[in-house]
Design a protein around this ligand. Structure first.
Ligand code: SF4
Length: 289
């Protein structure tokens, strides 16, 4: 039968082969460390306990973490070792366990998290390209959903990620996340339960960004926490995409920001354009693995 855990449904027999996501059944991790560059309500003062999983089921051409998402750099770890990594991050004082790009390990993570019973919130930091059935296995195990909503247009999703079904699939996934965590609960400025939808502004794609904000507003309401990211910097394989070979301009940034304000989002995080620097991409060097 093979794996059908994500919308790719590639049926790989992951005990013997890798799937479209590039990895087998064992966890592979590229970095586990304190991270200060998430939204303030996630990073807090102490930092977020990020665990960067290798491989990816979406594989955008411009991925900012190309080395681990496409290249699958990382080290295989057992379920027990992953729990020790969680323990070590918590002992270091992190505010949460932040599972970065975990979708292709969702079923295995559901089993691990059920036994682990994290004393700090678990953050599901994903591309949004997920199946509702698989997300349902995480109910009660994930406290904060942190999905991207990357593309509103099937043609762009097809061109950049080979996933024309991304828009509808991601919206359905985000609706399931909202169902599981209907309230945003803050304590001392930290998000303990809830959801933040992230969107990375791409150069020459501001009409899509505007459409994305409108869709979020109409489908989930303007109380939804939105995080607008301006950190895009050219990475990956961009020969076919000349429009992606530069950072966003001040004008593009302002256009999307204006739409955010016009729509009346009440809870938004907005990244400065100065964030567009590869210095913000953490080194994938097996730290903490
Ligand atoms: S999680 Fe990976 S192996 Fe499973 S269906 Fe998706 S791409 Fe294929």
């Amino acid at each position: 039968m093979g794996c059908t855990a994500c919308p790719r449904k590639c049926h790989a027999v992951r005990a013997k082969q890798v799937g479209f996501c590039g990895v087998g059944s064992a966890f592979r991790v590229a970095r586990a460390a304190l991270h200060q560059w998430e939204e303030p309500c996630i990073s807090g003062v102490n930092g977020s306990g990020t665990v960067f999983f290798s491989g990816c089921n979406l594989r955008c051409a411009f991925c900012q973490n190309y080395e681990i998402s496409h290249g699958c750099f990382g080290k295989d770890v057992t379920d027990d070792r992953l729990c020790v990594i969680f323990d070590e991050l918590i002992a270091a004082g992190v505010h949460n366990l932040n599972l970065v790009n975990p979708t292709h390990y969702a079923e295995r993570l559901a089993r691990v998290l059920r036994d682990y019973k994290s004393p700090v919130p678990v953050v599901w930091n994903s591309s949004g390209y997920e199946s509702v059935e698989t997300l349902q296995k995480l109910e009660g195990l994930v406290d904060v959903y942190l999905p991207d909503y990357k593309y509103s247009r099937p043609d762009r999703a097809l061109a950049y990620a080979g996933a024309a079904d991304y828009p509808g699939t991601a919206l359905a996934a985000i609706a399931e996340m909202r169902r599981q965590q209907p309230e945003d609960v803050f304590e001392d400025g930290l998000l303990k339960k809830g959801m933040i939808i992230r969107h990375l502004i791409l150069p020459k794609n501001t009409n899509s960004s505007v459409e994305i904000l409108r869709q979020i507003a109409s489908r989930f309401g303007t109380k939804t926490i939105v995080s607008l990211m301006a950190q895009y910097t050219p990475c990956g394989e961009l020969e076919r995409f000349p429009e992606l070979q530069r950072e966003i301009t001040a004008r593009e940034y302002e256009k999307v920001l204006t739409e955010l304000e016009t729509l009346g989002f009440e809870n938004a995080f907005v990244q400065e354009r100065t964030a567009a620097d590869t210095g913000f991409i953490p080194p994938f060097d097996l730290t903490g693995v």
